[in-house]
Design a protein around this ligand. Structure first.
Ligand SMILES: [Zn+2]
Length: 145
């Protein structure tokens, strides 16, 4: 590991601790305290360079992996909105699984792809609208140092 890679790794650890603390505050405010969340701050959440964050719940568990983009951490409004948005995705996990885990077999892959894509788009809109409604009620992130 080069000196530059060490600096980058230390900064990522630092950012992850900061975001972890804030996620725990909003998780509790949203009554999601039973969820175990694995937080990391990365350049490309979910492997996507254009994504602000990614939320990946584990099947059958109240446990999820959440990745947040490095670039949003220093913008308090963006961080708040993004953390709230990703947490709100946890509320529809079981509902999503009804579609994700049962409909493919029932419909075959072409019909399933159409259903899945429109379900995902509508779910994203719902989560965005709920985020807009709830953000004013949620705690702001502490300033970072
Ligand atoms: Zn989303």
């Amino acid at each position: 590991m080069t000196a530059q890679e060490k600096v980058t790794a230390l900064r990522a650890q630092d950012l992850t601790k900061y975001v972890e603390k804030y996620v725990a505050i909003l998780r509790d405010q949203l009554w999601l305290g039973e969820w175990v969340l694995e937080i990391s701050v990365v350049d490309h959440p979910g492997g996507n360079p254009h994504s602000d964050a990614n939320c990946d719940p584990f099947d059958g568990q109240k446990r999820a992996k959440m990745e947040f983009a490095t670039r949003i951490v220093d913008d308090p409004a963006e961080l708040k909105r993004t953390v709230a948005h990703e947490l709100l995705h946890l509320f529809h996990r079981d509902q999503t699984d009804v579609i994700r885990l049962t409909m493919q077999r029932a419909l075959g892959s072409d019909a399933f792809e159409i259903l899945w894509e429109s379900f995902r788009q509508q779910t994203e809109l719902m989560v965005d609208n709920l985020t807009t409604a709830l953000v004013p009620l949620l705690a702001n992130p502490e300033p970072r140092r």
